[in-house]
Structure formats: C-alpha cells, structure tokens
Design a protein around this ligand. Structure first.
Ligand SMILES: [Zn+2]
Length: 109
C-alpha cells in the first residue's frame, strides 16, 4: 500500500475536536506494521495535532483504532507490536458495529 493512498484514505477521517476533514497535505505517515498504520494529522481548521493508529486494507474503509495516542503510546505500539493479527481482527469486528464516536470510546479511562 502506498503512503499517498493511505493519506488519501485518511483524509476521509474527521478531526475529533472540530469535525473538519483532515487535508491530505496535513497527514504524515509515521510507519506501519502490516495493515496497522501510524499517522500524524494536523487540523487546518482548529490547529489540533493528533496521532492515530488505523487499520487500512485495500478493499475497505480505514478503521481508526485510536486518534488520541500520545508519543509514548505510539512508541509502545511500534516497538512492542502489542497488537497481534487476531487482536486487530477482533478490534476490526468490534468497530464495524460501533457508532463511530471514537472520542467517547477512548475517553473512558
Ligand atoms: Zn479540528
């Protein structure tokens, strides 16, 4: 999967703060493990920067796992590879029935 394609797909994601779509130019790809991609996006409307982990498959819409990663969490994901393929699949299946309100889901701590 090309980075340019990923960025285009991620431009369909809305900013969690103001609801504006991200612009392709404001999305950077940090790295990936198979279908799990790590991205940094900057909202041109409200100037919020966020780190995202997303599952991106060629045949499907990107699924954002979390859009409020901290740098430390990002490192953990990248270095430890905590998510196995099975876990990613579980997450994917779960998210298919999810209403899309990620900020609410992940603010439950
Ligand atoms: Zn915004």
């Amino acid at each position: 999967m090309e980075e340019g394609v990923i960025k285009k797909l991620m431009a369909s994601i809305k900013c969690g703060v103001c609801g504006q779509h991200y612009e392709v130019d404001n999305i950077s790809v940090l790295g990936h493990r198979q279908d799990l991609w790590f991205l940094r996006a900057f909202c041109s409307a409200c100037h919020t920067q966020c780190l995202m982990a997303a599952i991106v498959k060629e045949s499907a819409e990107p699924v954002v796992i979390t859009s409020d990663l901290t740098e430390a969490e990002l490192d953990k994901f990248k270095n430890e590879g905590r998510l196995t393929a099975d876990e990613m699949l579980d997450m994917h299946n779960f998210l298919r029935g999810f209403d899309g309100d990620f900020s609410r889901l992940f603010s439950r701590r």
